[in-house]
Ligand binder design. Sequence first.
Ligand code: ZN
Length: 214
Amino acid sequence: MASPSDRTPLVERVEELLAADGPLPIVAAGDPVLRRGTEPYDGQLGPELLARFIEALRITMHAAPGVGLAAPQVGVPLRIAVIEDPAPVPEEVAVARGRVPQPFRVLVNPAYEPVGPARAAFFEGCLSVPGWQAVVARHAEVRLRGQDEHGHAVDELFTGWPARIVQHETDHLDGMLYLDRAELRSLSSNEAMAGRWTEPTPATAAEALGFDLP
Ligand code: ZN
């Protein structure tokens, strides 16, 4: 544990980021901070700076807009992420993708493991890879363990779209991008997505672009 008065490079970096009000700049793919992995959170920021950092992540996620944001995406190599999804999609899409609303949550030191063999494949995107989406087959259900922002233990099952979000964000903390797991032949620009691949499932895209679904 570090005391908040310790002026470590990490503390300085976060204070520098928070000096400007409003959304933080989001780091794009190609920056090594997205690939190096993160250190477990063990009080490095102190409670007050941690609370301010989490609020900045929340504001940045909303402004983007996105349904999740991991600390490395704002250049901070700590094992912290935030998620929130109001799920503003048509009923048909929500049902097919299991896209139920996910309230705001802070994931501290999260790790997941699959529950059962089922996989679900859908297009997803990333704020650090702007302009593109690709199909990723992910575990349909996962068990997530870690802590919340108050240090309380979390041990919880996630299914549907929230399961996809927690896998995507936890992968960021391990230095992975969704493209590492994606079906690359599905890679589609946002323009192609809006024009062609708006159906609830990627079945038509799989046939047209030539990739497999689980
Ligand atoms: Zn991402």
